[in-house]
Design a protein around this ligand. Structure first.
Ligand SMILES: Nc1nc2c(ncn2[C@@H]2O[C@H](COP(=O)(O)OP(=O)(O)OP(=O)(O)O)[C@@H](O)[C@H]2O)c(=O)[nH]1
Ligand SMILES: [Mg+2]
Length: 529
């Protein structure tokens, strides 16, 4: 297999708590990248997984930031990205979705499709990314499998193709039946799910299966499989790769049921990196010139190296360490010498990389999210989505002698896109105004400032809920100060210096638009203004 054909780059996405990090850990276990899965225990504060490495993630038992894990499996080079499910961290997840070629959507079988899964799915659909579905937590009381399948079609408009089917559910969940090979896989539970689950593979008519299952579960299982076969839908690779059909796998990540089938099924049915859109049209991965873009920046990943990693998705050509490339952000040529492959918090020098790979570059202060790196300066990727912030707060440093580390820490978090800094016109103090999609991002900012930079910080509420961008004409009209803005409506600028206006309430926003029809308000900064 050539280097591009053997690359598989995908994200695991879903609503919070569906089991993304647990599934990630188990895919690593079955992929041979971990010998022992970090037991994700019921006590949230005891967990230790390869992908939730940040202090606050371990403490809270939730994923806050996406994690890259690269490993080899059966001749494939896999780049797996575990993403946070919480809405407040969705900017990070959306950025990751620009860097992958497929997604595994995890659904809690007891709950079905939840709000955040629906949103993430819509982003995947817009990008035409193939989606694989993992129905997780079948070891718990779950909804009817047929109902779960139906929901994919009704709510997401996505045609489901059940690749495997659960044998029982809840306490009576014994394994899964692979409809493509027509084999039943019965698993045994292992303590804590740290090791691979022992499995027995047999024909569906094997007496053994009947003996091991509760009679009712067995009857339902046989009946459902019969119904699916009768429906006669054939597996269509084309529809899967177009993102119209989703192959569905059932299992239990905690118990390691169905993980091998999910991994093998994904590798077999997903595709190698394809072409990507850029300024000069479609860029084929086969193009000899190296190109890629930065989709994430993360500082202080490893306490031993207090530095900054820029994550690059390679789109074309071959990356080699020490190569000189054009950097779109500065227009300068940069030498990429400190290049790494990533495994959660761990990293290792990498000398070459191919389309599909995620490379971690260290030591470039000038790199920003969205920048293109390439041997052909005509190529510019414009992949990174932007979101209007909905929460605002002032953040100040209560200890004047700590001014320097406070500023340094805040600058790093701003560069990573954890929060954005706006400024308010004629503000009485220089206290930074921070903006974010959700309030948890402020909590992360404060926590990381303390944990990584040793500084305390205090939040002071800001009165605004909305920010809107102005065009040149609008800004000029308002700049004179003769237009009455309204109570607590203020002018300011975004991190790039573009003019904005802040509103305290939806009502104030509406009133302003109604009374100032000549002034255009935009939900996002207009490119090139
Ligand atoms: N019963 C059961 N629990 C599971 C299973 N898979 C995961 N869990 C539990 O579900 C909880 C959430 O799991 P995570 O893997 O952290 O979920 P997540 O989707 O990564 O969550 P966020 O990243 O915070 O959105 C943990 O307590 C897991 O132990 C499963 O198959 N069965
Ligand atoms: Mg997680």
């Amino acid at each position: 297999m050539n280097e591009i054909a053997r690359r598989r780059t995908f994200a695991i996405i879903s609503h919070p708590d569906a089991g993304k990090t647990t599934l990630t850990e188990k895919l690593l276990l079955y992929g041979g990248a971990l010998h022992l899965a970090g037991t994700v225990t019921a006590r949230k504060n005891q967990r230790a997984t390869a992908s939730d490495w940040m202090e606050l993630e371990k403490k809270r038992g939730i994923s806050i930031s996406s994690t890259v894990l690269q490993f080899d499996y059966n001749g494939f080079r896999i780049n797996l990205l575990d993403t946070p499910g919480h809405r407040d961290f969705s900017e990070d997840t959306y950025r990751v979705l620009t860097a992958v070629d497929a997604a595994i959507m995890v659904i809690d079988a007891g709950k079905g499709i939840e709000a955040q899964t629906l949103k993430l799915f819509e982003v995947c659909r817009r990008r035409h990314i193939p989606i694989f579905t993992f129905m997780n937590k079948m070891d718990r009381p779950s909804r009817e499998p047929l109902e779960l399948i139906d929901e994919l079609e009704k709510v997401l408009g996505l045609k489901p193709f059940p690749v495997n089917w659960p044998m029982g559910s809840g306490k009576d969940f014994r394994g899964v039946y692979d409809r493509l090979t027509k084999q039943a896989h019965m698993f045994e539970r292992t303590p804590g799910g740290a090791f691979r689950a022992p499995v027995e593979v047999s024909d569906i008519n094997d007496r053994h299966i009947k003996d091991k299952m509760e009679p009712v579960s067995y009857r339902n299982f046989i009946e459902e499989v019969g119904m699916l076969d009768l429906a006669g839908t054939e597996y269509s690779a084309e529809e899967v790769l177009a993102g119209e059909t989703t192959p569905v796998f059932f299992g239990s990540a905690v118990n390691n049921f169905g993980i091998q089938l999910m991994l093998d099924g994904f590798v077999e049915h997903s595709a190698a990196p394809g072409p990507r859109d850029a300024s000069i049209g479609s860029i084929s991965p086969e193009l000899p010139a190296f190109s890629g873009f930065i989709f994430k920046i993360q500082g202080n990943m490893n306490p031993r190296h207090r530095d900054k990693v820029a994550f690059v998705r390679v789109c074309s050509g071959k990356f080699t360490r020490d190569m000189n490339v054009h950097h779109s952000g500065t227009g300068k040529t940069v030498r990429l010498s400190n290049s790494n492959k990533l495994f959660g918090q761990e990293r290792e020098t990498v000398d070459e990389a191919w389309p599909g790979d995620i490379v971690g570059l260290v030591g470039h202060q000038e790199f920003q999210i969205g920048d293109t790196l390439t041997e052909n300066p005509a190529i510019v990727f414009d992949e990174i989505p932007r979101f209007p912030p909905e929460c605002f707060t002032f953040l100040y440093n209560p200890i004047p002698s700590k001014f320097k580390p406070f500023r340094m820490g805040l600058e790093q978090l701003i560069l990573e896109g954890v929060v954005q800094q706006f400024s308010v016109k004629d503000a009485p103090s220089s206290t930074p105004l921070l903006a974010a999609v959700g309030p948890l991002q402020f909590e992360v900012t404060q926590y990381r400032l303390e944990a990584e930079y040793g500084v305390q910080s205090k939040l002071e509420p800001a009165p605004w809920q909305f920010v809107r961008w102005l065009d040149k004409e609008g800004a000029a009209l308002l700049a004179g100060g003769s237009v009455h803005l309204g109570d607590n409506v203020r002018l300011g600028s975004d991190p790039a210096g573009n003019p904005v206006i802040f509103f305290p309430t939806p009502w104030a926003l509406r009133y302003f638009s109604d009374t100032h029809k000549k002034i255009n308000l935009f939900e996002l900064a207009q490119r090139g203004v």
